[in-house]
Write a protein that binds this ligand. Structure first.
Ligand code: 4GX
Length: 240
């Protein structure tokens, strides 16, 4: 998977995406993240990338020309059209299903907007999809782009090691993850549930399923409502 990010702050991608799992995935060649400075494509003598809005009003708007030219620099030698995403609070809210769909693509371009957003002609002519990471307003699209890249990358086979494995975790089957414990079994009198120390794998799996169901009902009633529960699940929920 190749990500090209169009941004006026390319350097902030280096540290975040160069570290840990995403850094390793880049080193192994499973993903490539390339941050492209929109400013490099400005034809203005001060390298400006934004201008006042037609019709008046507060704030600035990102100009179309540097963005169109940056896009052209990526696509001019390609025989396919990469998928173009604009990070915006006006987009569809990102969820894990959406992340999995995006993880099957080969090449994604992500545009990070600032100020009051980008000239509408960019959205109408280049953008395939607007995506939001949540209903709040940030100062720019860079953090949302990093959130998207992180979530999509870890859904690509091979990016997570067996230890970090992608299965059996929060949002698989629409359930929250069961509680996790590590050593010591007794921390200053705070004990790990006996069943986890029993070595009885059928009981452990049963307990974990029960915890996932109960905690989803408790913490995320919105997710719980959407579940299709089996007879067995219903029984687990009725216990104690
Ligand atoms: N999920 N931002 C986009 C510029 C902007 C302003 C108005 C369109 C209309 C965000 C989010 C987000 C900040 C990125 C404003 N674009 N992006 N930027 N929440 O808050 O994705």
């Amino acid at each position: 998977m190749r990500f090209d990010v169009l941004t006026i702050f390319p350097e902030i991608f280096d540290v975040v995406l160069g570290s840990s799992i995403i850094g390793r995935a880049q080193q192994s060649g499973l993903i490539t993240v390339n941050a492209i400075n929109i400013r490099d494509f400005s034809k203005d003598k001060h390298k400006k990338t934004d201008d006042y809005p037609f019709g008046g009003g507060t704030g600035m708007v990102m100009m179309p020309q540097p963005i169109f030219d940056a896009y052209k620099s990526i696509t001019e030698n390609l025989d396919y059209k990469p998928y173009f995403i604009y990070m915006s609070p006006q987009g569809t809210k990102l969820d894990q299903k959406h992340v999995e769909r995006l993880s099957k693509l080969e090449h994604i371009i992500i545009l990070c907007g600032h100020y009051e957003g980008v000239d509408e002609r960019v959205i109408e002519n280049l953008v395939d999809e607007e995506i939001s990471i949540g209903d709040y307003v940030l100062t720019g699209g860079e953090l949302p782009a990093m959130v998207l890249i992180d979530a999509v990358s870890r859904a690509i086979p091979g990016v997570l090691s067996n230890e970090d494995s992608y299965s059996d975790e929060t949002f698989k089957d629409g359930l929250l993850e069961y509680p996790q414990y590590t050593r010591p079994a007794d921390y200053m009198g705070l004990k790990v549930p006996d069943v986890l120390l029993s070595g009885h794998h059928a009981n452990i799996n049963r307990w974990r399923r029960q915890q996932s169901l109960k905690r989803t009902r408790q913490k995320r009633p919105d997710l719980f409502e959407k579940l299709e529960l089996s007879e067995e699940d219903m029984k687990l929920l009725e216990e104690e």
